[in-house]
Design a protein. Structure first.
Length: 352
């Protein structure tokens, strides 16, 4: 699990680019920053709702579409309390759609503690009303994001522009989108990574288009995570801190070691990461780890020199020696960076 930036600029995307749209986007971003450093009242964004290009910006288009869907739902659902909750959601749409991760999680906790009908965990006991509400949001997600070429491309650009190349969940597979210009035979014209809902949309349909609930992920993580509930025992890559997960390595004998993953959160359990790393990447670890133990003197000399260098030189030397990135901020650039760093630090600790 690798940290991903959740600042205000990484939460706005558009279906096109022009001077007018870019200008509006930048004014909205500044307003979000102002809101988040003050009242945290996201409804202040309503001031942009009369602007000509507002539907080119994800948050305004999605709010309009959800408003329309809720109006239809109010005629479709039978339960009065359910209707009231939908009306209440309508008042909180800016917060849901553009709020940072902390904000949407607080809203989830608030709804959950009042046993909100907008959240339902048991897939076998969903009411007819919940199913209608889930279907409306599922359709919106498909038509407005996963099936909308322009918005989808712009969503992925939020991450590629930050240099994020690897799945933030497993730190194993590349997630760079490929947009082919020509069709060859019967192949697909486009290929993009999956969009992963951290809080599953089947349990929390209201977060289907909430930007702080969305991350690009590899196909494998998206499938394996599926609809497993991540609340309350998992951390999103948007909120993760460096020490929340740590790999460690058990030398079994002279020729092999085992990879373990330590964490007080359930992410690695849900994604089966420990098992996956131990089975797939143990050879890579053995080559480095056991090699360092074979030549203790040489290893000690290298480490002494390494930790006496300034940070810039450490970064360069680490890249040469470990073929990866030294700093947490760069972990999203290359696969296995977190495991490699933890391995390097364990080799150092073993020395002490
Ligand atoms: Zn993955």
């Amino acid at each position: 699990m690798i940290k991903v930036d959740n600042s205000h600029r990484t939460r706005l995307f558009t279906n096109a680019s022009s001077d007018e749209i870019d200008d509006l986007k930048s004014r909205v971003a500044n307003k979000i920053l102002e809101i988040e450093s003050g009242s945290r009242d996201y409804n202040k964004l309503a001031m942009f709702e009369n602007e000509s290009y507002k539907d080119n910006i994800s948050v305004f288009l999605y709010k309009k579409k959800i408003d329309e869907a809720i109006k239809l739902l109010l005629d479709e659902v039978a339960d009065k309390a359910f209707k009231n909750e939908l009306r209440n959601l309508q008042k909180n749409l800016f917060k849901v759609l553009i709020g940072d991760f902390k904000t949407i999680k607080e809203y989830l906790i608030e709804l959950d503690s009042s046993n909100s009908k907008l959240i339902h965990r048991d897939s076998t006991t969903k009411s007819a009303d919940f199913k209608k509400y889930q279907k409306r949001f599922e359709d919106l997600y498909t038509s407005q994001l996963s099936g909308s070429d322009e918005f989808k491309k712009s969503f992925f650009r939020l991450f590629t522009e930050q240099g994020i190349n690897v799945c933030p969940y497993c730190n194993r597979n590349y997630i760079n989108p490929i947009y082919k210009t020509e069709k060859v035979g019967n192949d697909y014209k486009k290929k993009s990574p999956d969009i992963e809902h951290f809080f599953p949309k089947s349990i929390y349909p209201l977060f289907s288009l909430a930007i702080s609930n969305l991350l690009p992920s590899c196909d494998f993580c998206n499938k394996i995570k599926s609809n497993v509930d991540t609340y309350p025992n998992c951390k999103s890559p948007y909120e993760i801190e460096e020490d929340d997960f740590k790999f460690y390595f058990d030398p079994l004998d002279v020729s092999s070691s085992t990879i373990k993953l330590e964490s007080k959160f359930d992410n690695s359990k849900i994604l089966h990461l420990e098992n996956l790393y131990a089975k797939v990447h143990n050879k890579f670890v053995d080559e480095i780890y056991l090699e360092s133990r074979k030549y203790p003197l040489e290893n000690r000399r290298f480490l002494n020199r390494f930790f006496s260098l300034p940070l810039d030189s450490q970064k360069r030397l680490y890249k040469r020696k470990m073929c990866n990135y030294y700093l947490e901020d760069d972990f999203n650039k290359q696969p296995l960076s977190k495991m490699t760093k933890d391995l390097f630090m364990q080799i150092k600790e073993d020395e002490e």
